[in-house]
Design a protein around this ligand. Structure first.
Ligand code: PLP
Length: 358
């Protein structure tokens, strides 16, 4: 790893080293074009190939059915908090599962465009678990059911796909491409790229084409799924560099055995880390068993000074970004696809060492 650090950042996050190296090799002169991907017209034949290649690889990796379109957009996941109700709520109602701060923000935004039914909220227990299917309150008039698959801040993850009559809409910002997903079950999946896909600046939306064309009149063109499907995400300049990087990440994923292969590694990494924490006398995992995230492992000692000491000493072990989100404190290790197994092994060693000495 030479001078590279083990980076447990929740996002933007570590990218696979072979991807960075390939981007470096191709940086100045992409495939004999004499220019960088950053310098190309998005309408040029050479970029069009990069674009369609990344889209095809994404389709292949996630087994996206022909009924669904993959869009490469901007504005982050946050813009989708508004785009989703503008396009899919039809001024009526939708069900929202509030299991963390991003789904809470999405529900708040959606209130501007129709009636939001809270299907469940875990706020009172500090978002420490995911409610079971029986606890979801589903309404008859909901145009869609919204949830966030992995709660980046709280370290919880849905370990089942909700059964609903209304279309499923899911924020997969922090777990897309980390395991196979039955895309056909969803009306819409979306994710900011900056955790498992590419640098920040790209938002991927996978939408069932049958849901397009229902947007409110006031919906800006740039936020209309119908328009973006029609223009193949090229109504305006797309985030070209990020799309190129996504293609490289998809190639790397394939070399890891695709999403099934990646899932095995991710499960092994998370289990290893949870085991080290559960066996310690000092640390408590914040999320309840059965709801624990495979991507963001949140934990604490119960003593703020000790937490701060852990974070400080982690730098000496070659780690960075282990501090918990400012709203919850404690620690968080984000162990996305590109975090190497050795990094998690070393983190477990540090946890055991710290536990013994404190
Ligand atoms: C699950 C989830 N949803 C939404 C967001 C917001 O993403 P963005 O900053 O791209 O708008 C984040 C950011 O970390 C996230 O983790």
């Amino acid at each position: 790893m030479q001078d590279r650090i083990y980076n447990f950042s929740p996002g933007p996050s570590v990218l696979p080293e072979p991807v960075l190296k390939r981007a470096q090799t191709e940086l100045l002169n992409y495939h004999g074009s004499g220019m960088s991907v950053m310098e190309m017209s998005h309408r040029s034949a050479i970029f069009e190939e990069i674009f369609s290649d990344a889209k095809a690889k994404m389709k292949e990796a996630l087994q996206v059915p022909d009924s669904h379109e993959i869009l490469f957009l901007q504005g982050g996941a946050t813009l989708q908090f508004a785009a989703i109700p503008m396009n899919l709520m039809e001024g009526a109602a939708a069900d929202y599962a509030v299991t963390g701060s991003f789904s809470e923000k999405a529900a708040k935004e959606a209130e501007k465009y129709g009636t939001v039914h809270i299907a469940c909220s875990t706020k009172e227990s500090g978002h420490d678990h995911i409610p079971p299917q029986e606890a979801l309150q589903l309404s008859e008039d909901a145009k869609y059911f919204y949830y966030c698959a992995n709660n980046t801040i709280y370290g919880t993850e849905w370990q089942y796909i909700p059964e609903t009559k209304a279309s499923l809409v899911c924020d997969m910002s922090s777990d897309i491409l980390t395991k196979p997903v039955p895309v056909e079950k969803y009306g819409l999946i979306y994710a900011g790229a900056q955790k498992n896909m590419a640098p920040a600046g790209l938002t991927v939306v996978i939408v069932d084409k049958r849901l397009a064309g229902r947007e409110q009149k006031f919906t800006p063109q740039i936020m209309s799924y119908e328009t973006m499907i029609r223009t193949n995400s090229m109504l305006n300049t797309p985030p070209c560099w990020c799309i190129y990087m996504l293609g490289l990440v998809c190639d790397w994923l394939e070399s890891q055995g695709g999403l099934a292969g990646m899932e095995k590694v991710n499960v092994a990494k998370a289990n290893m880390l949870y085991q080290a924490l559960d066996e310690s006398k000092l640390f408590t995992v914040s999320a309840e068993p059965g709801s624990r995230s495979f991507m963001n492992v949140t934990f604490r000692t119960g003593n703020e000074d000790l937490d701060a000491k852990f974070v400080k000493e982690s730098a000496d072990w070659g780690f960075t970004n282990l501090k918990g989100h400012r709203s919850v404190g404690g620690m968080r290790a984000s162990i996305y696809n590109a975090v190497p197994v050795e990094g998690v092994e070393k983190l477990c060693e540090f946890i055991r060492d710290f536990d013994k000495k404190n």
